[in-house]
Design a protein around this ligand. Structure first.
Ligand SMILES: Cc1cc2nc3c(=O)[nH]c(=O)nc-3n(C[C@H](O)[C@H](O)[C@H](O)COP(=O)(O)OP(=O)(O)OC[C@H]3O[C@@H](n4cnc5c(N)ncnc54)[C@H](O)[C@@H]3O)c2cc1C
Length: 335
């Protein structure tokens, strides 16, 4: 999901907004869409700080985000039962990014322009000196470069246990897709937005039926801590039961809809949800990038811009992305 609602964390609102232009440009040349502009609706039991702060940030950025009453939401989005909901935050220009397609398209363009793309498993890269000269892959091949970026998602703490360690914790997350009733148009992206039910802080979110894959539901709560190499990728009955109960309450027209797909993946949480984009403390030409914390994908273009700036020494340093700001004790703040 790409959205600019970030409450008090206006830095991410700006990054999401700036990144969206790049995603649209990539979508325009990718053949199949990378961006689906179906709008995003966050809804809350009542008016809360997150809503007020998001609206203020969006106003400053000239975004057409609107606060909607429960009656307005019920009229516009009749596929959702808004019982217990007081207010909504609607972002018309945002929506869904097709993440895998986006990355593949980008790699294709990179190679077309003469870049070399190589798949391989990098080994622990510690040299004896203050700079890294090369990285050895599991295949035995050696990759030489002046500068290196390690953007390893939930694997970052595994390759850099001494520096990253428990500052980034991978947690188990399950997502589910349900088939809408045949011929029922209410769950199509033309009429249904991406959404998140803030639910007093226990957030559930989902998407319309994108490209016929099914209506997506997920619980945003951090799951148990896992190792991304060994965690069980089978969905649990408990999570299926939880998501079905939620679905039946908020999307009553989907009662009985068959589960068509489930996936188990992992968030890579930093201590508070801020990203890690910083130089390795002992290797001046190595940049560590990670801590996407369940919200990182949409910011890819701006993360890339900042990362390049840090490596080349041209970016103004953002303290929130520093290694020093990442604690070992986790207390999620960014949503
Ligand atoms: C369920 C779920 C829902 C999410 N929803 C959203 C959302 O709605 N919006 C949003 O913006 N973000 C969302 N995110 C977060 C987003 O997906 C991540 O923050 C983002 O994909 C992280 O990208 P990355 O490139 O840092 O890491 P990854 O995508 O994890 O990529 C890391 C790569 O490094 C490779 N690697 C690891 N170790 C090595 C090694 N030793 N050598 C070589 N390669 C290695 C891995 O194979 C992998 O390809 C969600 C995440 C999850 C799990």
């Amino acid at each position: 999901m790409t959205r600019a609602a970030y409450g008090k964390d206006a830095i991410y609102a700006r990054m999401a907004f700036d990144s969206l232009k790049e995603w649209k440009a990539l979508s325009a040349v990718s053949g199949l869409p990378i961006f689906h502009e179906h709008g995003v609706l966050f809804f809350f039991p009542g008016e809360e700080e997150y809503v007020r702060d998001s609206l203020a940030a969006h106003k400053a950025m000239n975004l057409p985000t609107k606060a909607l009453s429960r009656a307005e939401m019920s009229r516009r989005f009749p596929m959702i039962d808004f019982s217990g909901v007081g207010v909504g935050l609607y972002e018309p220009g945002f929506g869904a990014l097709m993440a895998r397609r986006a990355v593949q398209t980008l790699v294709g363009i990179f190679v077309q322009r003469g870049g070399k793309y190589l798949e391989g498993q990098a080994q622990l890269p510690y040299p004896s000196g203050p700079r890294l000269g090369s990285v050895e892959l599991a295949s035995g091949e050696r990759v030489m470069a002046d500068r290196f970026v390690f953007a390893l998602g939930p694997w970052l703490p595994k390759l850099f246990p001494d520096v990253v360690g428990s500052r980034i914790r991978p947690t188990r997350q399950e997502v589910f897709f349900f088939a809408p009733p045949a011929g029922d148009r209410r769950f199509q992206p033309q009429v249904m937005p991406g959404w998140a039910d803030f639910n007093g802080g226990d957030v559930f979110y989902g998407f319309p039926d994108l490209e016929g894959r099914g209506v997506k539901f997920a619980h945003d709560a951090h799951g148990v801590q896992v190792d991304p190499d060994t965690q069980d990728r089978r969905p649990t009955q408990a999570a299926v039961a939880e998501i079905v109960a939620f679905r039946d309450r908020r999307f009553p027209a989907l009662r009985g809809a068959p589960l068509t797909e489930a996936r188990v993946c992992q968030y890579e949480n930093s201590s508070n949800g801020d990203f890690l984009i910083d130089l390795h403390p002992r290797l001046a030409n190595v940049l560590l990038v990670g801590g996407g914390s369940g919200h990182g994908f949409k910011h890819g273009p701006e993360v890339g811009r900042y990362a390049a700036g840090r490596l080349l020494g041209s970016a103004a340093i953002e303290p929130r992305f520093s290694l020093a700001s990442k604690a070992e004790i986790h207390n999620r703040e960014v949503h």
